[in-house]
Ligand binder design. Structure first.
Ligand code: NAD
Length: 494
């Protein structure tokens, strides 16, 4: 892999990194401590850039700027249509800068450039457009309280929001968080993951160009236990909207409880099942199963990391799945022929490899993969285990890499029991031509999203979020807009 063509493609696309400082109150500034941290190219392990490292003091300065913009600035007071107009302008700027944004995520996170350029970056622009259209449709209700009183509700912006995002979809996560909270009239401080700060800083620059007033959006890169913890325990932040691991979600809830009882919404991990029934088209089902685990090299919270296949087609399915996995192209994410880039960093790479070793020791059968690819960077082969017992670590833990656990089942009841047998409940997929089966299974699975005969089908208007230990609070849809609003009841005598 990494042939001449790929290298040439990379050289053409690799972006210049122009924004490396914190974005606070409309300006790019150094951190108070003057400290910086390295962001790494996962294709090689080389340093891409040094980024100003935000810490507690910087978070405090950013929260003060956001508070000032909320209490005194124009943003929460603008007519919704005006906020919408600015968001629409920003969406255009995303499209004008789509190559740059895609390249930043590809180099920082090892994501496929062409997927970012053609899918994720345009989708981010549309997320802004969706909430731009909602910004002037925020209204309460008139209520007939009693004969003597009349009441109405006002929907008011919640205040200063802290957004804490993960590294697997840096652009997408930025806009999923920022767009509804801006439409609602909130101001915010966003802390991107330390592995992938580049596109968030570029997006802050676009926000300024679009006309977002100073202080409304602040972006403070830094580490979780320092900058992230400072944001979630800050006394003047009204809500933290978090996407990341279940463990960090727990810490954020504790920090919120111990500080000002700020609201929290948590989009956490998953171990999502894809259930394939005997009547499925085997070829298509195998493709769906592979896409479900290998899209974004398995670094996806909804990855179909457990594939349950009914016994009648199991053997043929397994054969096709393994053939397709062996043909999957791993390599430089800037090469259009490549289907899977490197894991995001050394830590994640080693974590995935250690799960693979664990799977072997636990007695699962390694059908394909399991090894690293190339002699530099963090590339791992598509890996499939069979003969899975449900108590195995690889059947229970979120691996967050290209590792699938494949399991045979007999009856629909057994499939449902197995699907529900984890602490997570983020998503599930069902492949069948039988409507009864699809309906029964979708109602029986405790998960926030069910995909029938598809996978990874997201929409701006479709709420997304977990059940069980996958978290609570929805992203996407009007549900996400409402999580950044609060209801005030006003009562008056008639
Ligand atoms: P992580 O929880 O370690 O980090 C996520 C973010 O939280 C980062 O910005 C990090 O700096 C910050 N953080 C870390 N410790 C913190 C603390 N003590 N206080 C405040 N902030 C802190 O997760 P990760 O390893 O970066 O991301 C992978 C995880 O995210 C996976 O478990 C995955 O399932 C989950 N994820 C979930 C979704 C979803 O929508 N549900 C989407 C993407 C990723």
């Amino acid at each position: 892999f990494n042939n001449g063509d790929a290298a040439a493609a990379s050289l053409n696309k690799v972006p210049t990194v122009n924004f490396t400082k914190l974005f606070i109150d409309g300006h790019f500034v150094h951190s108070v401590s003057g400290k910086t941290f390295e962001t790494i190219d996962p294709r090689t392990g080389d340093v891409i850039a040094r980024i100003s490292e935000g810490d507690k003091e910087d978070i405090d300065i950013a929260v003060k700027a956001a508070r000032h913009a909320f209490d005194n600035g124009p943003w929460p007071r603008l007519p919704g249509s005006e906020r919408g107009r600015i968001l629409l302008k920003w969406a255009e700027l995303i499209e004008e800068n789509a190559e740059e944004l895609a390249a930043l995520d590809a180099i920082d996170a090892g994501k496929l450039y062409h997927m970012c350029r053609n899918l994720e970056v345009p989708a981010a622009a549309n997320t802004l457009r969706y909430y731009a259209g909602a910004a002037d449709k925020i209204h309460g209700e008139v209520l007939k309280m009693s004969r003597d009183f009349h009441a109405y509700t006002l929907l008011e912006p919640l205040g200063v929001v802290g957004h804490i995002t993960p590294w697997n979809f840096p652009n997408t996560m930025f806009y999923i968080k920022v767009a509804p909270s801006l439409a609602a009239g909130c101001t915010m401080v966003l802390k991107p993951a330390e592995q992938t700060p580049l596109s968030a800083l570029f997006n802050a620059h676009l926000a300024k160009l679009a006309g977002i007033p100073d202080g409304v959006i602040n972006v403070v890169p830094g580490f979780g236990p320092t900058a992230g913890a400072a944001l979630s325990s800050h006394m003047d932040v009204d809500k933290v909207s978090f996407t990341g691991s279940t463990q960090t979600g727990r810490e954020i809830m504790q920090a919120a409880a111990k500080s000002n009882l700020k609201q929290v919404s948590l989009e956490l991990g998953g171990k999502s099942p894809l259930i394939i029934f005997d009547d499925a088209d085997i070829d298509k089902a195998a493709e769906l199963a592979l896409l479900g685990i290998l899209y974004n090299k398995g670094e996806v919270c909804v990855a179909s990391s457990r594939v349950l296949v009914q016994e009648g087609i199991y053997d043929e399915f397994e054969k096709k799945l393994v053939e397709k996995a062996k043909a999957w192209v791993v390599g430089d994410p800037f090469d259009p022929k490549v289907q899977q880039g490197p894991q995001v960093d050394k830590e994640q790479f080693e974590k995935v490899l250690s799960y693979i070793e664990h799977g072997k020791k636990e007695g699962a059968t390694l059908l394909t993969g399991g090894k690293t690819v190339g002699n530099k960077g963090y590339f791992i082969e598509p890996t499939i285990f069979s003969n899975i017992r449900e108590d195995m670590l690889i059947a229970q833990d979120e691996i967050f890499g290209p590792v699938m656990a494949l399991k045979k089942f007999k009856t629909i009841e057994e499939a449902i029991k197995s699907a529900n047998n984890t602490k997570y409940g983020l998503a599930a997929g069902i492949v069948t031509k039988n409507l009864d089966t699809a309906n029964t299974v979708s109602r029986s699975i405790r998960a926030g999203t069910i995909w029938i005969n598809c996978y990874f089908a997201f929409g701006d208007d479709v709420p997304f979020g977990g059940y069980k230990m996958s978290g609570f609070g929805k992203d996407h849809g009007l549900e996400a807009l409402h999580k950044y609003l609060q209801v005030k009841s006003v009562v008056t005598p008639l």
